[in-house]
Design a protein around this ligand. Structure first.
Ligand code: FAD
Length: 394
């Protein structure tokens, strides 16, 4: 047995012994645990699972041990991932720090930044949010205006961010700021790490069409940020941001994996539309269900293979846009089909006339519309694929 096979056996056993059975099903949104200063566990098992994974360093399995990671090589980290999927283990915590900022700090951060921030991310102690978009800078992100002016050892930050997910619940924000207003738009941008408790920051929630409210507007008024919190070169933030967005797209594509969805299409179709000789009664719906099932399966396998290849090679690159595009468009199609299956049972919004699942499907359908916008719209992903993956002219 080679060392990776041996490792697989050990991981499999460890997960069997340490992942509570109740943590082996997809987590509904209100059961997800986000790392941070104010974690609230809903059960003893949830806390145990969080603490056991944290103590192994497996929130960030392939980060170096000195920064709080698990010190696994890329192949071992891929094995851990596969074994968790096999046992259907829930992610023990969700954290933008682990998915997006951490890998960028490992690549571009100063030693002091790595030591200050990575171990706290790897222990799930700090919740991060992303301050990129502004009212006039979404797809055209490089048009951002929030400014950071030099003042001795600090920057003074003024401006506003919008669509900042969970800013009101986050401990820190990584934000793109304009440090040189005279430079060409891509050349005057820097990435700053900002403590959300700094005086002058206000996060205001915005209500969404689905009834949820995880978006915020964030206002910055004369916020003092130490220059030590600048990531990479001053005015060199665009390269750092592009890298960070590749990690973001990989993470979003990963959420679309088949194990994440709580709905089993063919069961629901049989329940709502009816069954004929063990098959979904309506042949058109049957065809659509099978088509989505096959696409999901093919997507999950391709994603897994590519992620593993990326872990063994250069990491996430521009091709993550392909996955982000396919995964989010597919989830929207699935939302549409679920609605068709439910028929008039999908007309509910709240109250006792509809089951919890029916209400959730309707709300998820609306929520699915946001997936191909967050992290860069589908049109922008297609532009990136055309230019950076296929090498077509601009
Ligand atoms: C669920 C969700 C979570 C988000 N979380 C965050 C967050 O945490 N932090 C953050 O900073 N932002 C966040 N965002 C904001 C998100 O990044 C932006 O909404 C997105 O980049 C699009 O920008 P916009 O809304 O300004 O739309 P616009 O840029 O105004 O685009 C409007 C339309 O024009 C199209 N378009 C624009 N330019 C082009 C072009 N060059 N070619 C073709 N079509 C084009 C777009 O595709 C879109 O259909 C989130 C958004 C969503 C939906």
């Amino acid at each position: 047995m080679d060392k990776h096979q041996e490792f697989r056996q050990q991981v499999r056993q460890w997960l069997r012994d340490n992942c509570p059975v109740s943590m082996r099903t997809p987590a509904a949104e209100d059961e997800q645990i986000w790392g941070g200063r104010h974690i609230e566990f809903q059960s003893r098992e949830q806390q145990q699972w969080f603490e056991r994974m944290r103590d192994k360093g497996w929130f960030a399995p392939d980060w170096p041990i000195e920064y709080g990671g698990g010190g696994l090589d890329r192949k071992q980290a891929a094995i851990l991932n596969q074994e968790m999927t096999r046992l259907q283990c829930r992610p023990p915590q969700l954290n933008l720090g682990i998915w997006m900022l951490g890998p960028v700090l490992l690549e571009f951060g100063s030693e002091a930044q790595k030591q200050e921030h990575l171990p706290r991310m790897a222990r799930g102690e700090i919740r991060w949010c992303q301050g990129f978009s502004e009212p006039n800078a979404g797809s055209d992100l490089a048009g951002l205006q929030m400014k950071a002016e030099s003042d001795g050892d600090d920057y003074i930050v003024n401006g506003a961010k919008i669509w900042t997910s969970y800013a009101n619940k986050s401990d820190w924000i990584y934000a793109l700021v304009r440090t040189d207003p005279k430079a060409a738009k891509h050349d005057g941008i820097s990435l700053l790490l900002i403590d959300m408790t700094s005086p002058g920051i206000e996060a205001k929630p915005i209500e969404l069409i689905s009834g949820e409210s995880h978006f915020c507007e964030v206002f910055f008024e004369n916020v003092r940020v130490p220059k030590a919190n600048l990531v990479g070169e001053v005015n060199g933030g665009w390269s750092v941001a592009k890298r960070l967005m590749q990690h973001e797209r990989a993470a979003i594509a990963n959420f679309g994996g088949e194990s994440e969805s709580p709905y089993v299409l063919h069961q629901l179709a049989k329940e709502y539309i009816g069954e004929h000789q063990g098959r979904i009664a309506d042949p058109v719906i049957r065809d659509q269900v099978v088509s989505i099932d096959i696409n999901e399966k093919a997507f999950a396998l391709t994603l897994r293979r590519t992620m593993e290849e990326a872990k063994q090679g250069a990491g996430n690159g521009a091709a993550t846009s392909i996955f982000k595009y396919c995964s989010t468009e597919q989830q929207k199609q699935k939302g549409e089909l679920l609605l068709k299956i439910l028929g008039n049972r999908a007309l509910g919004w709240e109250g006792d006339d509809y089951s919890d699942q029916e209400l959730a499907i309707t709300r998820d359908w609306l929520q699915s519309k946001t997936l191909s916008i967050g992290g860069g719209t589908s049109e922008i992903q297609l532009n990136i694929i055309a230019k950076r993956v296929l090498g077509l002219p601009a």
